[in-house]
Design a protein around this ligand. Sequence first.
Ligand code: AQP
Length: 358
Amino acid sequence: MRAVPAQRDCSVDSKNDKFRLVMRILSGVQPSGRQHLGNYFGAIRQFAALQEEGDSFFFIANLHSLTTVQDPEKLREFTLDAALTYLAFGLDPERSTVFRQSDVPEHSELFWILGSLVPLSHLERAHSYKDKVSKGKNPDFGLFSYPVLMAADILLYAADKVPVGKDQKQHVEFARDWAIKFNQTYVDRYDPADPNGVENGRPGIFRVPVASIQPETATILGVDGQKMSKSYGNTIELFASDKKVKKAIMGIKTDSTAVEDPKPTEGSALLSLLKVMANQNDYRILEESWRAGGLGYGHYKKTLLDLFHATFDPARARRQELEGDLASVEKVLQRGAERAREVASKQLSEVKLAVGLA
Ligand code: AQP
């Protein structure tokens, strides 16, 4: 198969969604626990920046979270936490569509249609699934089929760009493969080398998305040195109490290098967190002293704590204000779901027609 070229962001036919004038951006976070530094640097920070660049859809992936959260009260609480996190970090409902996944039933419907042509072998080689199983998670169908629902999330909105952390890269690649497979199966004269049908073929029903991953924050390490992850219990939460944040940062795993000795840089969670939190110049000075020795890990942890508060206190204050008006937050989500359904239902109608369900 020939290489798939990047799709154009704009074209002449603005009536057809596939030829619209603006780039579409879509992503989500799971309310599978409280949002943490990894979610912020890997994803949410990009969301806030990208909403300036195109038509943005940011959702709370609560259907995905059913595979990990089986306490309904907790799921509601974490869903609200994700909504407050989005808004506190500046997602602007006037510019972005912010919604709960479960409020748009088209996600689940497309999941099944898409799943009917997804090769099982793809799911069997999914890194995230294999990683969770290797860490002792008892796998269920929901976890196994997670990439199919994620592909449905993306393809339903004909997203061009999907800002994610590195752990989601393979899932976006699956979405690309399956979009092409679907188009080849159901669209006559679809040519993956000309996905918009600009030359002589016909445009695909699904747009082929591209993952947007920031290399310097692709994988944020947790307090134990593994990838920071809600399910590993190694997170630094963005909105925990000051006391809990301090406890998490002071508890970052370090080795027994003596105060006066140079500290090892390889695999250090503490140093890598300092790198993402500090500005370039401050980090250079920190790293020099780290390599030189003479300061204990406690000193660097205290520096990280200060950086945490300097970076996140404005958003933490905003979130407190939002907590005082939860009715408005709910309204944002409902309005977002209405707008999301307008787009999603059109795409699903086209899909149903193509496969013979309508
Ligand atoms: N440690 C991380 N470094 C960089 N990016 C990360 N992301 C998550 N952890 C890191 C990115 O955050 C977005 C939302 O993630 P998610 O909540 O949908 O699922 P996840 O990647 O599985 O996050 P967790 O915390 O690890 O959740 P659990 O433990 O429930 O699986 C994604 O773009 C993700 O890449």
